[in-house]
Each structure stands twice: as structure tokens, then as C-alpha cells.
Design a protein around this ligand. Sequence first.
Ligand SMILES: Nc1nc2c(c(=O)[nH]1)N[C@H]1C(S)=C(S)[C@@H](COP(=O)(O)O)O[C@H]1N2
Ligand SMILES: [Mo]
Length: 257
Amino acid sequence: MRSAEESKRRFLLGAGGLSALLLAGCDRLSETEWFPKVLRTHETLSRSVHQLLGSRPSMAQEFTEADVSPFFRSNGTSMPEGEEYKALARSGFANWQLEVGGLVEEPTKLSLAELRAMPRRTQITRHDCVEGWSAIGKWTGVPLSNVLALVKPRPKARYVVFHCADAMGGSLTPEYYYESIDMDDALHPQTILAYGLNGNDLPIPNGAPIRLRVERQLGYKHAKYVMRIELVESFANIAGGQGGYWEDNGYQWYAGI
Ligand SMILES: Nc1nc2c(c(=O)[nH]1)N[C@H]1C(S)=C(S)[C@@H](COP(=O)(O)O)O[C@H]1N2
Ligand SMILES: [Mo]
């Protein structure tokens, strides 16, 4: 069995900054019997810490034009492999359609032009990657809440899953990048499907034609190359069952900043 100290270290490594900060002062907790057991369900603890203290901030900080980073680097996939995506990219995504389905009354497909015609929001925010870099960008897109209003989520829908175009390397059967958020983040005003970065079309290295911005969470939650959105009651039966590609590889599901 893992020692309590080891469990705590692992948790701190995986947790968002705030939970880490809070738990840093919790040495005595780690000596109690129940603490290591709770740690086995990292996600539950991380989430309940946030809920208990009401610490999911209401809005992520927004910045000014002067703060925008001169270059917004790319991380992870910078060009999805696969002919289907490449063909879409060649057409300037004119033939691309976002599929929205799952637990909704009215599943639909939306073209880029249709998304651009919907209400839009522009926000200047800081992106924090767990690998240790940050960048400030100006994002423009359609609030996810507007897209959800269109398809009418069924009462059972609890999570929104984003299925991406890029297969991650290293295995025989392709594992596509995916991510998920709960309804609280899905309906949040700063949660947008971004098609613009710094006043231009979203570049391919940053997720064209659309990528998720979910500003109260860390970089890996911001799914790029989103092809399909699925509303679900549980993500237990999707890929590794942990709610995201990196989550299936040990990262926290709730990656609060
Ligand atoms: N589809 C997809 N989305 C992704 C990734 C990826 O590899 N594929 N990388 C994630 C990570 S770890 C980060 S930090 C951000 C990077 O966004 P950027 O390329 O615009 O910097 O995208 C996230 N979303
Ligand atoms: Mo990241």
C-alpha cells in the first residue's frame, strides 16, 4: 500500500493550484486513517474541496489588449494526421460540420458559417499548461450555452464531451483526444467554442476550426479540433472512462486553476 505521504505527494502533483495550496496546510489530515482512502478517489476529493469552499471562482480573470502574448505557442497536436481532417483544412473548413448529439432533444450539425452567425463573445484570458508555461490570448467564439440551447439538453445530461480530430500516437488502435466538462462549466459565460485567436481565424496549431475555452481550468481541458459534441449522463463508457485523454493517463478530471 502507498504511504499517506506518497499519496499526498501524488495528489499535490496532479491537483490544481488551489487544491494544492489548501492541502499543503493539511499535514495532520494525512495522518488520519481515512485520508489515504479518500485520496484514491482523487477526482472526488478535488471536486469536493472546490465545492466545500465555494472555490470554483465565478469568473476567470480577463486581461487587456496590452497583455496579449506576442505569440501563442502550440502544445500537443499541432496538425492532426488523417486524410479527413487534411481535406477539411484544404477547403478552409468550408465542408466541416460540428455534430452535436447525445442526450439532447434536437441533435444537429452546424457549419463554421452557422457558428459564426450565432451570438459571440471575445475574451482575453491566460492559458496555463501543466507543463509549466502560460500565454495570454484573445479568443472569439460562440458561448457553448447558446449551442446547448439550440439542441435542448435532456434532464439526464450531466456532462458535455468533446471529441477531437487528432489521434494520439503510440498505440495500434487510435485513441482520439477527447475532453469533458460538467453543466456548471458548460453553461458558464466564459465557456466558448473559439474560432478566432487575436483577431484572426483560429490557426491550425491552436485547434482550427474550433477549440474549447473553459477558462477556469488548466490547458489540457481546452479541447482543440472539436468535431463532435456529445451530452452524456456518465463518461464511464467512453475510451478509458476517466473523462478525457489525459485523464485516462492519470491527470485530474477537474483541473481547476
Ligand atoms: N485535440 C487536442 N486538444 C488539446 C491538446 C491536444 O494535443 N489535442 N493539447 C492540450 C494541451 S495539454 C494544451 S496546453 C492546449 C494547448 O493549446 P495550444 O496548442 O493552443 O497552445 O491544448 C489542449 N487541447
Ligand atoms: Mo497542456
